[in-house]
Design a protein around this ligand. Structure first.
Ligand code: NDP
Length: 680
């Protein structure tokens, strides 16, 4: 049997077998952990020195490009991962969440990084605030990579997704990662790290893997480091209260167990499509991954009068679930990931039965299909009913991390909300209702106790990604018992790993640090029109102050006729006089168009496309007789390493535009987004 190896300081370590890791399907030994001890000072040093220097030699955009290439590489070799993932008890659909969800998250973060992070390693989180009356002193925020390592401690249920959803934002942020998968399924994480390593895409030290325990790793962490954890609340408490973590204020993000609920709102009756949708969602959450998802539905809240009808619907669906070796035809539910988990789930069901009755749980007739499955970690789905859920304890407290859910009757919306809150903070709740007013009443109250809320009706069900699926663009993590942590959520996750710092100084200094032009900073003016400069030559701060143009009534009339916009403010003298402007004024869009007419360089040049406009504000109205001019300044350059469809390398340039009138008052203000060709 293979001995798993840790990947430490660029070397694979381990050849002597230690703990045997059995297949969840048939008990056959799949691999062993290694017996060699790990020198954690070497791990941390390698990350801090080699890892950091190679990561910070790249910028946000370059790291985003690596993530994309890595995602594509893993995608190509995904079948190897499916093959090994099967031993953790997964059906193909279960493994899909882990494997495709894993590299899918890399793809999403590659795209998030490309769109939302700059070139360089300083992210500017504006807006700039003017702190002095005359704009000599400004304030803003920057986000920079922490100069430390990330330790990611993962749960057994998603060895690939759990690793990659933490790795992707940390890598983008420029932090070297030390990953410690849960031992029971570490053979899957090891296989994924081997593929990542084979890709040759990651810079040295960006990723190290620990098979087995963490030894004195946490004692070796310092103030710039970061720890993330997914697993049980007990371990979370133990690790986050580690004296070194506390003494050095090392950020610790925890995702712990959670007693998620699903609520059938009082407006839904057994005749509604939503009733069936709700039952289907509950069964899906009970059986996907054999219920071993931190987001799975554990508490099913249903109006008093419908609780038995709902129990019948759920039972009917559960009775059709075939459990067994996922390689057998027709199997819909696999095994728990280990015998230890099987023992824990059985214990938890025993405790739940002190406050509940079991209405479905085919322990006697339960026969998983497949060869050798009698040695596997299979358990029948269990549906319980707690007829007195107003009492604390029971399913409000005990998490059976398997295919187990407890139905609870409630009486009225207030009570449903009170029962949901007894979970003391959860990752996710699904509210099924047909009535937007009920959603508007319940969701804000539920939101205080949850990380994510799904509102499910017949329309949403057509495309719902499911109660239990954390998505890379939406936040994952809940308050209180759920650990109080926060992961994913698009760019937010990258920001967690960056240090946010307030910056104060003159506009010129703030512009130099943020590498973004700030109004009031010194500009660079020369004889070449900025639109004639290639991306490589253009400097942030290069600026053009245009000639002037006096706006006439004919302009307003012509623009109205051309656009069809005959709004009274531009065309009805009597009505316009009654407004706050006291007279007819020019269309804001005319001012925009006229400004473009003032600042564009009409000839052929390196500006390839104008693809949008941000932060537009019309500040002072423009009336016939006013004279306007524009200042166009290169505000930000982003090199995404991309080329135009015909193969010409190009970069993104954001231009600051300030349109002023004869009194030097700001008339319109906005940013234009363009694509600009590179010389080479
Ligand atoms: P644990 O809390 O036991 O383990 C989680 C991780 O922590 C594993 O990698 C484990 O490693 C590691 N670990 C445990 N003790 C230490 C320690 N002293 N120092 C360093 N690392 C440590 O949880 P399980 O994996 O057993 O999962 C159990 C429960 O976790 C589930 O029943 C469920 O409630 C919850 N869970 C929550 C999830 C969420 O996202 N919120 C997801 C999955 C599970 P090792 O395996 O080597 O012990």
């Amino acid at each position: 049997m293979p001995v798993l190896q840790s990947y430490i300081a660029g070397q694979w370590l381990g050849s002597t077998a230690a703990k045997a890791l059995p297949s969840a399907i048939n008990g056959d030994i799949i691999a062993h952990t290694h017996d060699e001890s790990i020198d954690f000072s070497q791990v941390v040093d390698y990350g801090r020195h080699q890892g950091l220097s190679s990561l910070l030699a790249l910028d946000f955009q370059q790291r985003a490009a690596i993530l994309k290439a890595l995602a594509a590489y893993i995608q190509e070799r995904k079948e190897e991962l499916y093959e090994i993932s099967h031993h953790t008890g997964c059906t193909r659909a279960d493994s899909w969440i882990d494997i495709e969800g894993g590299f899918g998250t890399l793809f999403t973060y590659a795209s998030t990084g490309r769109k939302e992070l700059p070139s360089g390693n300083v992210a500017h989180e504006g807006p700039v605030t003017q702190l002095g009356k005359n704009n000599h002193f400004n304030g803003t925020h920057i986000l920079v990579p922490r100069r430390g390592v990330c330790v990611h401690i993962n749960a057994f249920n998603f060895p690939i997704w759990g690793m990659l959803e933490k790795f992707a934002p940390a890598f983008l942020a420029g932090m070297p990662c030390i990953v410690k998968p849960a031992t029971a399924t570490s053979y899957v994480a090891e296989a994924a790290v081997r593929i990542i390593n084979d890709s040759g895409l990651l810079p040295d030290g960006a990723l190290q893997l620990i098979i087995g325990g963490t030894g004195d790793l946490l004692d070796r962490l310092e103030e710039q480091d970061f720890v993330t954890f997914t697993g049980s609340a007990n371990t979370a408490l133990k690790l986050k209260s580690h004296p070194n973590i506390l003494a050095r204020s090392i950020p610790f993000n925890a995702e712990a167990d959670s007693l998620n609920s699903a609520i059938l709102a009082p407006d839904v009756t057994p005749d509604d499509e939503e009733f069936a949708i709700f039952a289907k969602e509950v069964v899906k959450e009970m059986t996907a991954k054999a219920g071993q998802k931190c987001t799975a539905i554990r508490r099913v809240l249903v109006p008093d009068e419908h609780v038995d009808a709902m129990a019948d619907r759920i039972k009917e669906r559960l009775s059709r679930i075939v459990a067994g070796d996922p390689k057998e035809e027709g199997v819909r539910m696999g095994a728990l990931s280990s015998d230890d988990q099987l023992r824990d789930v059985r214990d938890a069901i025993g405790q739940l039965l002190e406050t509940s009755e079991c209405v479905f749980g085919r322990s006697e007739g339960f026969k998983p299909v497949g060869k050798g499955v009698e040695n596997g970690a299979f358990i029948a789905p269990h549906l319980l009913i707690n007829r007195n859920p107003r009492q604390d304890g029971g399913a409000h407290d005990i998490e059976a991390f398997g295919p187990v859910a407890t139905l609870m009757p409630y009486n009225g919306i207030e009570e449903a909300l009170r029962l949901a809150a007894k979970g003391k903070g959860s990752l996710v709740t699904t509210l099924t209702t047909k009535n937007p007013a009920i959603a508007a009443e319940m969701i804000p109250v539920l939101a205080a106790q949850h990380g994510r809320l799904q509102i499910l009706d017949a329309e949403a069900a057509k495309e719902s990604t499911g109660h239990g699926s954390p998505l890379p663009m939406l936040k994952h993590g809940g308050p209180g018992r759920a650990g109080g942590g926060e992961e994913l959520g698009g760019i937010r996750a990258v920001h967690h790993y960056l240090q946010r710092t307030a910056i104060q100084g003159s506009p010129t200094m703030v512009a130099a640090v943020t590498r973004e032009y700030v109004r009031g900073a010194k500009v660079i003016e020369n004889d070449v029109h900025p639109f004639r400069r290639h991306f490589d030559d253009l400097q942030v701060g290069e600026s053009l102050l245009t000639h002037r143009r006096t706006v006439t009534e004919a302009d307003i009339v012509n623009f109205g006729c051309l656009s069809g916009d005959h709004f009274y403010m531009h065309f009805d003298d009597i009505a316009a006089r009654k407004t706050q402007f006291g007279q007819r004024i020019a269309h804001g869009y005319f001012v925009l168009s006229a400004a473009a007419g003032l600042f564009v360089y009409p000839g052929e040049g390196p500006v390839l496309a104008n693809y949008g406009l941000d932060t537009l504000r019309f500040i002072t109205p423009v009336a016939p007789g006013d004279t306007i001019r524009a200042r166009l300044t290169c505000k930000r350059k982003i090199d995404q390493g991309r080329a135009s469809p015909d193969g010409h390398p190009q970069g993104v340039v954001m231009w600051d535009v300030a349109v002023t009138n004869q009194e030097d008052e700001l008339v319109a203000s906005y940013d234009i987004l363009t694509l600009v060709a590179k010389q080479k």
